[in-house]
Design a protein around this ligand. Structure first.
Ligand SMILES: Cc1cc2nc3c(=O)[nH]c(=O)nc-3n(C[C@H](O)[C@H](O)[C@H](O)COP(=O)(O)OP(=O)(O)OC[C@H]3O[C@@H](n4cnc5c(N)ncnc54)[C@H](O)[C@@H]3O)c2cc1C
Ligand SMILES: *[C@@H]1O[C@H](CO)[C@@H](O)[C@H](O)[C@H]1NC(C)=O
Ligand SMILES: *[C@@H]1O[C@H](CO)[C@@H](O)[C@H](O)[C@H]1NC(C)=O
Ligand SMILES: *[C@@H]1O[C@H](CO)[C@@H](O)[C@H](O)[C@H]1NC(C)=O
Ligand SMILES: *[C@@H]1O[C@H](CO)[C@@H](O)[C@H](O)[C@H]1NC(C)=O
Ligand SMILES: *[C@@H]1O[C@H](CO)[C@@H](O)[C@H](O)[C@H]1NC(C)=O
Ligand SMILES: *[C@@H]1O[C@H](CO)[C@@H](O)[C@H](O)[C@H]1NC(C)=O
Length: 524
């Protein structure tokens, strides 16, 4: 039996173990902390790498973020609190009996490819309790350490910070809103973490200032009819439209809708880039807090003095606390440069997962991608693919030269889509990415004229669709697709009301489809 080393037991590591078992491989997982969950496990004391804050609620809805053969229980809310996510990881681990494969309190120190042989990897580990190190040999390795390991904390970009007498820290240290009552707080950075912390602290602080260099588009979690936004927007049909319509059309349509909710120009948030130029910030409360004056938008910081901050437009404010929500850098300190080199958040990976230099493709990076959508189904799809390659059932990964070519192509496609920034080195479109991995294992779901197919085509692109046919087929997948709408509505039915609920807005999607067809017929 081939042995596979899984590094990390977060969202990606758990599904890696499960996929190994499915393919008849023997997984051995090393996790340096004492429990599963990775960054979703809330710990009040300082934890290495990223950690959610006490109030973190996920920004992808439950039907879109589940593993494809383990639906999230009916009664769980659509957007789950971090404790619920942990509960779900527990359910998944129990259902497939994953815990017995995990060695906790064990760090991986290095992975090295054997000189001779067919791609075996030597793995050095350290028991964090006894500090003993030992070596093992594995047939293959799945790296599941996440990409939020290193906070990016560019203090030299902020002149005078060393003189600043107030408190300042990176958002990865932030845990809870207590302790900021009556303070003047500045948040630097308008990503998802920046938005969440700004809203939370604006309720406690005397005044909250939110500083941005570029601005951002802000999207609601709650979409038409109160359905989760990713349920409505991530369908095969809308993504087909994305592919057919010119990108500036899409931008015009979406930006118009976002501005209809609140004018990004008037609120001081209007970014320099178009909607598709960067991932939007998902936040439902930002406009409320700006309109009620709790959050004041400010320019980029020019310099710090002892008690004050001066902004690029000359505005000066007294500030007590600064939170740098400036994001993360990723790295794989246990991989030698000959396997994978990471420079300024850039690394060369075929389909964001295969280093071309590894002999016989015996090492893959899982979850090293930043999609506009949930990471769990992506990691799962990557693991299903990787395990089949390890098993030797799929020997058609391209040769290293062809991989390198494809990596160059991938890099230039990304550059065309997103503006240049270290934040945009691993971005991708969720649907297109998952589809391209899926196509490497088996073809599209076969469609016939059934209700299920209508859901697959017009409904949300839920992960169960990738278990309908072929390798890894799951008998319940069809039923899960037909009942997904019910699972979305179930947690909301806590009070009986009369009359009937509105159904899924197929109309809007049909409109997009028609628009796409007309466009295609006229212009292509
Ligand atoms: C604040 C925050 C909010 C987020 N919100 C969302 C969201 O709403 N929706 C979404 O889809 N994504 C979100 N993300 C993205 C997040 O990366 C994924 O949701 C997911 O947690 C990634 O899981 P992972 O297993 O790849 O990595 P992680 O969860 O980071 O797990 C990596 C694990 O590997 C272990 N490890 C690391 N190095 C070693 C080593 N050398 N040896 C042994 N073990 C090691 C770590 O201890 C950890 O347990 C968020 C990220 C952050 C930081
Ligand atoms: C890992 O370490 C933690 C705390 O350091 C401890 O509570 C736990 O029991 C350890 N787990 C194992 C499996 O050794
Ligand atoms: C975290 O939030 C919960 C309520 O959601 C609260 O009971 C708990 O005390 C909080 N923990 C900390 C450390 O603030
Ligand atoms: C590569 O791996 C496959 C499947 O694991 C194996 O059959 C093959 O012999 C290996 N090739 C080389 C060159 O080692
Ligand atoms: C998602 O779909 C809704 C309509 O259902 C639309 O209002 C919104 O602009 C779309 N958002 C994106 C980002 O496509
Ligand atoms: C959710 O939040 C995380 C972390 O802040 C971010 O990386 C991710 O892109 C967000 N997802 C979506 C769909 O916006
Ligand atoms: C459609 O496909 C499903 C399986 O996906 C199958 O059970 C069903 O019989 C098919 N229906 C027709 C009419 O072919």
């Amino acid at each position: 039996k081939k042995r596979v080393c899984v590094i990390g037991a977060g969202a990606s590591g758990l599904t890696a173990i499960k996929c190994c078992i499915d393919e008849g491989l023997e997984p051995v997982c090393f996790e340096k902390s004492h429990d599963i969950g990775g960054l979703w496990r809330y710990e009040e004391k300082e934890k290495e790498g990223a950690c959610v804050y006490n109030s973190t609620i996920i920004n992808t809805s439950k039907e879109m973020m589940c593993y494809s053969d383990c639906p999230i229980p009916d009664e769980f809310p659509n957007y789950m609190h971090n404790t619920k996510i942990m509960e779900y990881f527990g359910i998944y681990a129990k259902k497939f009996n994953l815990m017995k494969h995990i060695n906790f309190n064990t760090s991986v120190l290095s992975c090295e490819q054997e000189e001779k042989g067919s791609g075996e990897v030597k793995v050095k580990i350290r028991n964090e309790k006894t500090k003993e190190t030992s070596d093992f040999e594995f047939d293959a390795v799945l790296v599941c350490v996440g990409h939020h390991a290193d906070p990016y904390y560019p203090l030299d970009a902020f002149p005078g910070i060393e003189k600043f007498k107030g408190e300042y820290f990176h958002s990865h240290e932030y845990r809870k809103p207590q302790g900021y009552e009556g303070k003047r707080v500045l948040i630097v950075g308008v990503g998802n973490s920046g938005g969440d912390i700004a809203v939370e602290l604006s309720r406690q602080a005397k005044q909250l200032y939110w500083s941005t260099r570029r601005g951002c588009w802000v999207m609601n979690r709650v979409s038409d009819q109160g359905l989760p936004v990713d349920i409505i927007n991530t369908t095969r049909i809308t993504t087909l439209a994305l592919k057919l319509l010119p990108i500036s059309w899409i931008n015009n349509i979406v930006e118009k809708q976002l501005n209809a909710r609140f004018d990004h120009q008037m609120y001081g948030l209007k970014p320099k880039h178009r909607f598709t130029g960067q991932h939007p910030t998902i936040n439902d409360d930002v406009p409320n807090q700006i309109l009620s004056g709790r959050i004041i938008m400010v320019e980029n910081v020019a310099k710090f003095t002892e008690h004050e901050v001066e902004f690029k437009d000359g505005r000066r404010e007294e500030i007590d606390v600064v939170v740098f929500a400036t994001g993360y850098r990723f790295r794989f300190p246990f991989l030698s440069d000959s396997i994978l080199e990471v420079n300024d958040n850039k690394c060369r990976l075929y389909k964001h997962m295969w280093p071309s230099s590894v002999k016989n493709n015996s090492l893959a990076i899982i979850g090293g991608i930043q999609p506009l959508g949930a990471i769990n189904p992506i990691s799962e799809m990557q693991c299903r693919w990787a395990c089949r390659v390890f098993k030797g059932r799929l020997n058609d990964l391209p040769r290293p030269e062809v991989m390198d070519q494809s990596i160059d192509e991938q890099t230039s496609n990304m550059a065309a889509l997103f503006y240049k920034s270290p934040r945009h080195t691993i971005q991708n479109m969720w649907y297109f990415y998952i589809l391209s991995c899926n196509n490497c294992i088996f073809p599209h779901p076969r469609l016939n004229m059934t209700i299920c197919s209508a859901q697959v085509l017009f409904g949300p692109c839920t992960p169960y669709q990738y278990r309908l046919h072929g390798v890894g087929k799951w008998g319940e997948a069809r039923r899960m697709i037909l009942t997904q709408d019910e699972r979305i509505r179930h947690p909301l039915r806590t009070r009986k009301t009369s009359g009937s609920e509105s159904s899924f807005p197929f109309g809007f999607i049909l409109f997009i489809l028609l628009a796409a067809c007309v466009f295609y017929l006229v212009f292509c």
